[in-house]
Design a protein around this ligand. Structure first.
Ligand code: FES
Ligand SMILES: [Fe+2]
Length: 455
C-alpha cells in the first residue's frame, strides 16, 4: 500500500481499469456482490398511499414486490411464487416495474394465493403433498424495506445494516431539505446502450459543463469541489479563487451568475434552467427572478439581488401555503449542489425541489442500462399531480436541451471504453472525486482492486 495516498480525501491522482463498465463477468458478479447487498431506492412512498397498493422494483435477475399492508406498515417480498417459480406479479423485462392494488396476491399459473403478510392462503389439492407444505416452504421470501426522504428503499441482504446507517452522512446532511414533503412532478425513463455507471457518471460532476453545455458558461464558473462522503459523495461550486472553502460554496439556488446587471442575469439564468433542463428550479423561483428588474434599481449589488430574490421566493411560497424549509447557510453550503447515493442514485437538491437520477443495469448486460430522471417538488396540500412512469425516447423534445446534451456522451463513452487504445480512467482529483469514490466503494463490494495512484 502506497501510504503517500490520502485515500480518504481522494486528492491524489488515481486511475482504475474499465472492467466495471464493459466486462460481462463483472456485470454478472454485480448482481450477487453489489445489488443483492446494498440498499437501493425502489420508488416513492406516494406510489403506495392505500392499503393493498403495491409496486414492483426490478434489478438484474430480481424483482421485488413492495406493498402497503397497513397505514404505517410497508412490506417487501421477492416477486416469485414458491410453487414452481413463476413471477407472482408479471413484469416485462426492462420495465420500471408495475403497480396495482390487492390484498391477495394470486399466482396465475396454479392459483396459489398469498396475503399482504406473505403467508400462503390457498393451495389447490394441498393434501397431495402429505403435510410437507409447511409455512416456511409456502410463504413469500421477505426483503428488507424502509423509507427515507419519502423514498422506498429495499435491501435483499437479511444481514444488512439499517438504512439510516447505510445512508449516512448523506441522510443527515440532506434531512433539512425534507424531501418527504415533496411529490413527483415528472418521472421518465429510457434504455441506453451503455453501462449503468456511464449513464450515472454523466451527471456526477460539473467538470463537463464547459465542453458539454457551453451555453451555460455565460452564467459563471462551474469549477467544483467534489467529496467522498463514506459510501456516497457530493459536490458544490468553489469560491471564485478556487479555494474550496465550504463555507462560501454556492449551490444552484445561490448562484447569481456573472455579468454587469445581477438582476437581469439572475432572471435569465433561472429562465434558461427552467426551459433547457425542465427541473433544478421551479416556476415560482423563475417568476421571482424575472421580477427582479422591476423590483430593484439598476446597480444593486449581486448579494442584495440574491437576498431579495430568496425573500420573494419564500413570500410567494408562503402565500401558496407551501413550506420553505429552514436550512442554514452552513447546511446549504455543506450539502452543496448534488449528491451521489451509492450505488446508483443522483440527487440535485433545493429547498422546494430536487432533480434525481437513477440508473440500473438492464438484466446483467454490461452494455445496456435503464436511465431514469425524477423531478420532485413541493405542492400545496391536495394539489400534488398524479404521475406515472413515462418511457421517453432520448430526444431533445422529450428531455430538454441540457439532458439531451448529456445523453450525447453516453453511448460514445461506452464505445470508447472498449478501445484497445484506452489506458484507464483519469478522473480529475479535485472535481471528479465522486466518480473515483464510486469506483473505490464498488471495488470493495466486488472484491477487486481499488483505484491506484498514478506514478
Ligand atoms: S408457480 Fe405459482 S402456483 Fe404454480
Ligand atoms: Fe450535464
Amino acid at each position: 500500500m502506497n501510504n503517500r495516498v490520502n485515500i480518504e480525501e481522494l486528492s491524489e491522482p488515481l486511475t482504475f481499469p474499465t472492467d466495471a463498465y464493459v466486462s460481462k463477468e463483472y456485470a454478472e458478479a454485480e448482481a450477487d456482490k453489489l445489488w443483492a447487498k446494498v440498499w437501493q431506492h425502489a420508488g416513492r412512498v406516494e406510489e403506495i398511499p392505500n392499503v393493498g397498493d403495491y409496486i414492483t422494483y426490478e434489478i438484474c435477475h430480481d424483482s421485488i414486490i413492495i406493498t402497503r399492508t397497513g397505514p404505517d406498515t410497508i412490506k417487501a417480498y421477492h416477486n416469485v411464487c414458491p410453487h414452481r417459480g413463476r413471477r407472482l406479479v408479471s413484469t416485462p423485462k426492462g420495465s420500471n416495474g408495475v403497480s396495482g392494488n390487492t390484498q391477495v396476491f394470486t399466482c396465475s399459473y396454479h392459483g396459489w394465493a398469498f396475503n399482504g403478510d406473505g403467508e400462503n392462503t390457498y393451495i389447490l389439492d394441498k393434501k397431495d403433498w402429505q403435510d410437507k407444505l409447511t409455512h416456511a416452504r409456502t410463504c413469500l421470501t421477505e426483503v428488507k424495506v424502509d423509507t427515507w426522504g419519502g423514498w422506498l428503499w429495499i435491501n435483499m441482504d437479511p444481514d444488512c445494516v439499517p438504512l439510516r446507517e447505510y445512508l449516512e452522512p448523506a441522510a443527515s446532511m440532506l434531512d433539512p431539505f425534507k424531501f418527504e414533503q415533496m411529490r413527483y412532478r415528472f418521472r421518465q425513463y429510457v434504455v441506453f446502450d451503455c453501462n449503468w455507471k456511464v449513464a450515472l457518471e454523466a451527471f456526477m460532476e460539473p467538470y463537463h459543463v464547459a465542453a458539454t453545455h457551453p451555453q451555460l458558461t455565460k452564467y459563471g464558473d462551474f469549477y467544483a469541489w467534489s467529496k467522498a462522503q463514506g459510501l456516497h459523495g457530493n459536490d458544490g461550486y468553489d469560491t471564485p479563487d478556487h479555494s474550496t472553502d465550504d463555507s462560501a460554496a454556492t449551490t444552484t439556488v445561490h448562484r447569481t451568475g456573472k455579468g454587469h446587471d445581477a438582476r437581469k442575469m439572475m432572471g435569465e439564468m433561472q429562465k434558461e434552467f427552467w426551459e433547457t433542463v425542465g427541473a433544478s428550479t421551479t416556476q415560482v423561483l423563475v417568476d421571482a427572478a424575472l421580477r427582479l428588474v422591476d423590483e430593484l434599481p439598476e446597480g444593486t449589488p449581486a448579494n442584495e439581488v440574491h437576498e431579495h430574490w430568496l425573500n420573494s421566493c419564500k413570500a410567494d411560497y408562503a402565500a401558496m401555503g407551501i413550506e420553505w424549509p429552514e436550512i442554514s447557510d452552513d447546511e446549504m453550503a455543506k450539502a452543496g449542489l448534488a449528491w451521489h447515493v451509492f450505488p446508483n442514485m443522483g440527487i440535485l437538491q433545493g429547498p422546494t425541489f430536487a432533480l434525481c437520477y437513477r440508473t440500473r443495469p438492464f438484466g446483467t448486460d454490461p452494455d445496456k442500462c435503464i436511465y431514469e430522471a425524477i423531478a420532485i417538488e413541493r405542492y400545496p396540500e391536495g394539489e400534488q399531480p398524479n404521475t406515472e412512469w413515462v418511457f421517453a425516447d432520448p430526444t431533445e423534445e422529450n428531455w430538454r436541451m441540457v439532458i439531451a446534451q448529456d445523453f450525447s456522451n453516453m453511448e460514445q463513452v461506452q464505445l470508447g471504453l472498449k478501445s484497445r487504445g484506452f489506458r484507464g480512467n483519469l478522473p480529475n482529483p479535485h472535481q471528479e472525486r465522486k466518480v473515483t469514490n464510486l469506483h473505490r466503494n464498488l471495488a470493495k463490494y466486488m472484491g477487486v482492486g481499488e483505484p491506484k495512484p498514478l506514478n
